[in-house]
Ligand binder design. Sequence first.
Ligand code: MUC
Ligand code: MG
Length: 379
Amino acid sequence: MPGAIIDAIETIILDVPTIRPHVLSVATMQSQTIVLVRLMCSDGVIGYGEGTTIGGLSYGAESPESIKLTIDRYIAPVLTGSDARPAAAMEMLRRLIVANHFAKNAVETALLDAQGKRLEVPVSELLGGRLHDRLPVLWTLASGNTERDIAEAEDMLARDRHHAFKLKIGKRPLEEDVAHVAAIKRALGDRASVRVDVNQAWSETTAMRALPMLADAGVDLVEQPIPAAQSAGMARLTARGLVAVMADEALCGPESGYAMASNRSADVFAIKIAQAGGLFAARKLAGIAEAAGISLYGGTMLEGGIGTIASAQLFAGFPSLDFGTELFGPLLLTEELLEEPLRYEGGYLVLPTGPGLGVEPSERAVAALRRDRPTRTTV
Ligand code: MUC
Ligand code: MG
């Protein structure tokens, strides 16, 4: 079936302040950097994608600048002049370019947005159809200060915006972190689920000591407590059965998921479209988890509106998301980046119904926040 051709791919870096410092064990974010991808096709359709990471190179192997460079220098020359259908384009990239999952995901998102617009269906329909019209969304408390975190959580509960909270720990000594977590859980009681994300900061010995303390404090979930490469250690922590253990950084596509599932190295998988290398790969990863009886959680790389909705379009097709999602990225930013803001209501993100991603970037915001001129690669 002859179809549209990819005419040009453009990348633009946006720097967007956060509403407060976001303190993780690996970095303190004062702003988020977004690589916006604009993919122009021969039928006039334009698709958008987005690449983000956390704290430059402190979270993973791709930085915003490397995502942009990979797309401009390697991906765009391969794709321009080629079939715009997502599966064909992504298969070509898979064969010609290794790794670079965040860059590939940004481009795949733009391809899917364009294909959905072309066929006049939401991206979720391209993936088989949605099972949910809205997704539960937690909020991350990461101001670095216990009282401020409690006040923030109380405000979220009072406004009925979130009913579950993730705390970023691992930067301070264990006893201090546990005191911080316990104080927040005590203040919130049964009104909210409290989880922690350690972002790989602990040794297995520290994590073994931490699990019973966190279970006693009432924590529901412990995310990536030890380094991503230590899957045997993750299996030993999971086997303790004290509190659910979730893999995040350890999951970089279906193959890593298969290895983790085979060894029961986690109770829960955080599914991130960027880390997996795109929506197709993330869907395969989720399938492995489902087959292994591992629960699903919808993760984020603190994307803006485009990446957040791309994730939501995929997650809306998952039969169950036992631990909900963390698709709150746009709410952490001071600026609105979309023409129409996303709808967050009663602890949920409501999925848009329009074709493609169902959202469009605000050209005014792009003009105001862009770091420099866009780079455009044409046929
Ligand atoms: C991570 O490691 O999960 C997601 C939420 C948040 O606050 O940070 C991210 C990254
Ligand atoms: Mg995490």
